[in-house]
Ligand binder design. Structure first.
Ligand code: G3P
Ligand code: CA
Length: 257
């Protein structure tokens, strides 16, 4: 598995939306902090603006992580895909978390890639493809144009069809199927033909599920695990990576300081 950030070696730390336990999620501040904290990979979410630009944000609506209600009071329900990039640019994406982060803004995908450079890997989630038609194709087209991809680069989604669409466009980029529950073993055998990892919900994960995924030939990278007890349990079960809001604590447990 050349794309693995662990390759059955040291367990890899995936910073969920950046170091989102310590800084506003999916902002430059959260990504820079995760890199400084020793994360192996940044996990983040990409969607489309109204004018077809790739933007980095988790929710399909803006109010939880921006000041959209204030800035665009008459635009309820503030769907991301109803706003142009120029409008999204006007939003503050840090003040909701803490005044110290006021001024952070929603990044474009290109800005994210420029920020990461070759310093850290990227696990990019195609977020809510049903609300973002053409997302898989647009991400693949943008990556095809860029020569400087993060290493490793893994593209994930809860939406298997979107993942298949992306894989058909860029088969050299490993893909991760994000799931609440690990699929049945017959399905895992099929997935192993083209999927690199299964990323299951840690809250519902059982050790036998991890074993089934590994037996099928894929890696397991659970989300979102934030306690040493969960980390130790998942590592003992065979997880190759861990998606966490607290990368500093995880890298400290794994590697010391
Ligand atoms: O990549 C797994 C995880 O990020 C999926 O959940 O809601 O945080 O995007 P969510
Ligand atoms: Ca995500």
């Amino acid at each position: 598995m050349s794309a693995s950030v662990s390759a059955r070696g040291p367990v890899a730390t995936y910073a969920h939306r950046g170091s989102s336990g310590m800084a506003p999620e999916n902002t430059a501040a959260a990504f820079e902090r995760a890199i400084a904290e020793g994360a192996d990979c940044i996990e983040t979410d990409v969607q489309l603006s109204a004018d077809g630009e790739l933007v980095i944000i988790h929710d399909v609506t803006l109010p939880r992580t921006t000041d959209a209600r204030l800035a665009f009071a008459d635009r309820a329900p503030w769907n991301v895909h109803d706003f142009t990039l120029a409008e999204l640019r006007k939003l503050d994406a840090g003040g909701w978390y803490d005044d110290d982060f006021t001024g952070q803004h929603i990044l474009t995908f290109d800005e994210l890639l420029d920020l990461l450079g070759d310093r850290v890997g990227l696990n990019l989630e195609l977020k809510s493809p049903a609300a973002n038609p053409g997302l898989a194709h647009t991400v693949a087209a943008r990556l095809r144009r860029r020569r400087d991809r993060p290493r490793p680069l893994i593209v994930g989604s809860f939406d298997e069809q979107a993942l298949r669409d992306f894989h058909a466009q860029l088969p050299d980029v490993p893909v991760a199927l994000i799931a609440y529950d690990v699929p049945a073993s017959g399905k895992l055998t099929d997935l192993a033909e083209w999927v690199f990892s299964v990323n299951p919900d840690i809250r519902r994960l059982r050790a036998e599920d991890v074993a089934r995924v590994i037996e099928a030939g894929m890696a397991v990278v659970p989300w979102t695990a934030d306690s040493p007890e969960l980390w130790r349990w998942a590592i003992d079960a065979g997880a190759e990576g861990m998606i966490t809001n607290y990368p500093y604590a995880l890298t400290t447990m794994l590697h010391g300081r």
